[in-house]
Design a protein around this ligand. Structure first.
Ligand SMILES: *Cc1c(COP(=O)(O)O)cnc(C)c1O
Length: 376
């Protein structure tokens, strides 16, 4: 085994804690002292503050990003007897959430430049649905790596066919498209607040936003056994609550989100400049999109060798994601795909590589990565 010490980690949620330690410790102490640990004042305040940050009418906290997607589907009445279109090049959670509610996932191929859903694939399955599948009732586009997907044509096609658009914003807190924050474009937006995300709890968390008050109320009830009043289930629900400790921590971390995104963009620019003249192309930027660099992803045909060279210099990298969902053992051979059969998805999985990216990277660490990139 090569025992090189990693001096530049790929991600470091502990650094995010240390950067706001005093305020986070105070928030934790306040939540602990309150004597109320689930769905209380901190959770309500976080929902209000997150909705205000998003520019949405309402936010509903929940246990994690997977549940946020499942709650959005349940809230829209989508379950058994429905197909939900999404991508295979995503965190498996996107697809798992669709099956959690009993719906059928339909996996569409990606645009090879931006790694996000190919809108032509969506138009094609909406106009000519694959035979043998239940009707397509929703689409979950994923704003991957911090960049908005090409939502314009997808929103148009979805509206024409009466299909709900649920934005998976788990990697795109603060990303924009034509000046509008993602999450304000579809019917409902779902966020993971996993520790490594651009807004991360120090544990699990998730949140949904929507301008539809009735939908927010319904999702708010479903996340707690379908209760509208205590102990009385108005409909069948689940248990997916955001706890007060995480909510208190998230309120602090939300105040650093925009600055964190700006720092990620500066790091990305430094990486871009270092790659000029190298054999590798910097990540494609979609015209009119504000990229918040959840990940800085390169396409590297000789990936294993490049990762090993960087590791030998103390620089950690990661692969998001090494195996597309439709090829993973749990899904292989049984998950329907769009007309392109996910060929670009499979190619991307073999070549993508994520460089170190988090706001607390020091300038010295960024320089170190840049020097290594110039030698590639
Ligand atoms: C992280 C992530 C999720 C799942 O979030 P959890 O909080 O881990 O359940 C869903 N979708 C995408 C695109 C993600 O990156």
């Amino acid at each position: 085994m090569n025992a090189t010490t990693i001096t530049v980690p790929q991600a470091d949620p502990g650094a995010g804690y240390r950067a706001q330690k005093e305020a986070i410790d105070a928030a934790v102490a306040r939540a602990l002292a309150s004597g109320w640990y689930i769905l209380g004042k901190e959770g309500e305040a976080f929902e209000q503050e997150f909705a205000a940050w998003q520019g949405a009418a309402r936010a509903v906290g929940c246990a994690n990003g997977t549940d946020a997607l499942a709650l959005a589907l349940r809230g829209l009445g989508i379950g058994p007897g429905a197909t939900v279109a999404t991508v295979s090049h995503t965190a498996v959670a996107t697809v798992a959430a669709i099956e959690m509610v009993g719906a059928t996932p339909l996996l569409l191929d990606i645009d090879p430049e931006t790694y996000t859903m190919d809108p032509d694939e969506l138009v094609s399955v909406l106009e000519d649905p694959p035979p043998g599948l239940p009707p397509i009732r929703a689409v979950i586009p994923v704003h991957l790596y911090g960049q908005a997907c090409d939502l314009g044509p997808m929103l148009k096609a979805a509206a024409q066919h009466g299909v709900a658009v649920i934005e998976d914003c788990s990697q795109a807190h603060g990303a924009t498209l034509s000046g509008t924050k993602v999450g304000n474009l579809g019917r409902v937006a779902c966020y993971s607040l996993y520790p490594t995300k651009n807004l991360g709890a120090l544990g699990d968390g998730g949140v949904l936003t929507t301008d539809d008050a009735a939908l927010a109320d319904r999702i708010g009830a479903i996340r707690q056994y379908g209760w509208k009043e205590r102990y009385i289930s108005a409909e069948v629900g689940v248990n997916s609550r955001l706890d007060e400790l995480q909510a208190a921590i998230l309120r602090v971390k939300l105040t650093a989100l925009d600055a964190g995104n700006t720092r990620r963009q500066a790091i990305a620019q430094a990486y871009d400049a270092a790659l000029t003249g190298s054999s590798l192309a910097p990540p494609a930027r979609r015209a009119g999109a504000g990229h918040v660099f959840h990940q800085y992803v390169l396409r590297v045909p000789e990936r294993a060798a490049v990762m090993a060279r960087l590791r030998a210099e103390g620089i950690a990298t990661a692969i998001h994601y090494p195996q597309p969902v439709h090829l993973q053992p749990a899904y292989r051979g049984r998950t329907p795909m769009g007309p392109a059969g996910c060929a670009e998805t499979a190619r991307a999985a073999g070549e993508v590589m994520s460089l170190p990216m988090f706001p607390e990277l020091t300038d010295a660490q960024v320089d170190r990565v840049c020097e290594a990139l110039r030698r590639l």
